[in-house]
Design a protein around this ligand. Structure first.
Ligand code: 2HG
Ligand code: ZN
Length: 445
């Protein structure tokens, strides 16, 4: 592919060894070697890449920091990986407009810190928040524990700048929460995993930074006691900013093999609840919460300072990597069901007899069901187990992915389980926005 050699405003990687890290993300999916990895430094590189992709018939695969969980940035046959890590631009906070502008390359950690430096808050907090890029979170509509109260990445995006198939960068949306002049095309790009175009920057909505946190550890003797709690709390007017949990198997594994802090964790199963509204550390608030929880609250522990709070979150944040290290071939899913159906979900999972352990975002029904023995399971059997899991979630009014997206990992299941009319609409939009099929081919649809 000599045409790539003269690409302006770009760094080019072509030898197999330096392209090796680009063959995978944090899912179990691995792709073939791409034709090249291109790191654009400016719009001329993208313009020329789009022209060449159309002329030479290759695809373009967008990549942020490679922390995705569904293979969305993994190369497919005859593709060039477009690594946005060197895309230029600064993070600019505008306190008057309660917003911030940042390039796709900005680390999410820096985006959140820039907001905080002005007393402002950008809530999206995927587990990879310290290592992922803003662009990746926009392309995948990333979630995280805070989604329980604050919603997903898309709820915090005012406008996006995106590369479209004409090779130019276009802006969708304005720097205001009120913008209603026609359908919101920018929202179509968020979570589209790069199949309609590539996001190169965005203006994000901010809010005042919470000043008070009540972080609670809730160990239970009978783990099913946790399952009604998200619905009961919400039904009674309590909305935690996070409500996470470990089932007995995950908790046991953390206790036996995890870091020092994890070895002391109490309970048969454990929930982490956090509230961040004003007054949430006051006695009346905590008493009302206690009353609502009833006997389940027997072992409740309240973090008394920031150090304790950070310790609790450190254990939760390392769980995914910890399980992966112990079970390198595990498959982790992220189904979601309405919080009112959690009990039905676990009863259904039991009936299916799938050997799985679960942790995750209990408060919004988004569960990381982990098949630890996936590597030793016969592929057809594993596929059947996963399909059973997805069908169960769908049958309860949920879906197969709450936050990680479809990418390559869940594409087949997505195609099998989606309403044909929805797939037809998505394909029509894809064809209208990307008639040559150059943007992230083979993903999602
Ligand atoms: C988390 O909540 C992440 O820890 C990763 O979404 C979950 O590994 C996973 O499946
Ligand atoms: Zn998660």
């Amino acid at each position: 592919m000599d045409a790539l050699a003269g690409l302006p405003e770009a760094t080019l990687l072509r030898d197999p060894a330096s392209m090796e890290p680009f063959l995978r993300d944090e899912s179990h999916v691995r792709g073939p070697h791409p034709l090249a990895v291109v790191r654009p430094h400016g719009p001329r590189a993208l313009r020329e890449l789009v022209r060449l992709a159309k002329a030479e018939g290759f695809g373009l695969v967008p990549r942020g920091a490679g922390t995705g969980k569904a293979g969305g940035c993994v190369p497919t046959e005859r593709t060039v990986v477009v690594d946005f890590s060197a895309w230029p631009g600064d993070i600019r906070v505008s306190p008057q407009d309660l917003c911030l502008h940042a390039p796709a390359s900005a680390p999410l950690r820096d985006v959140k810190a820039a907001a905080e430096s002005q007393g402002l808050f950008y809530p999206p907090d995927p587990n990879s928040w310290e290592s992922c890029s803003l662009g990746g979170t926009l392309a995948t509509n990333a979630g995280g524990p805070n989604a329980c109260k604050y919603g997903m990445t898309r709820h915090w995006v005012l406008s996006v700048e995106a590369l479209l198939e004409d090779g130019e960068i276009h802006t969708f949306g304005i720097s205001s929460v009120k913008a209603n002049a026609g359908p919101a095309l920018g929202q179509l790009l968020i979570g589209s995993e790069g199949i309609f175009g590539f996001i190169v920057g965005a203006t994000l909505r901010l809010m005042p930074l919470p000043r008070e946190y009540a972080t609670l550890l809730l160990p239970v003797k009978h783990w099913e006691d946790l399952l009604d709690l998200p619905g009961r709390l919400c039904g009674a007017g309590f909305l935690p900013s996070a409500f996470e949990f470990f089932d007995p198997a995950v908790l046991a594994e953390l206790r036996a093999h995890g870091p020092e802090e994890a070895r002391r964790l109490p309970g048969e199963a454990l929930a982490i609840l956090e509230f961040d509204e004003r007054g949430c550390t006051s006695e009346p608030f905590l008493e009302a919460l206690h009353d609502l929880l009833g006997p389940v609250a027997e072992g409740l522990v309240i973090a008394s300072d920031a150090r304790q709070r950070n310790g609790i979150w450190a254990v939760r944040r390392m769980t995914s990597a910890f399980l992966k290290e112990r079970h390198p071939k595990k498959v982790s899913e992220d189904i979601v069901v309405p919080r009112s159906r959690l009990r039905d979900f676990f009863a259904g999972l039991d009936q299916l007899g799938i050997p799985a352990v679960t942790y995750g975002h209990l408060g919004d029904g988004n569960l990381h069901v982990n098949l630890l023995a996936a590597g030793e399971t016969e592929p057809a059997l594993l596929a059947g187990q996963l399909m059973g899991l997805f069908r169960l979630a769908v049958s309860l009014g949920g879906t197969l992915s709450g936050e990680h997206g479809i990418g390559l990992a869940k594409r087949e299941a997505f195609l099998a389980l989606s309403d044909p009319a929805q797939l037809q609409a998505l394909r029509a939009i894809k064809h209208a926005l990307d008639p040559a099929g150059i943007f992230n081919p083979g993903k999602v649809i």
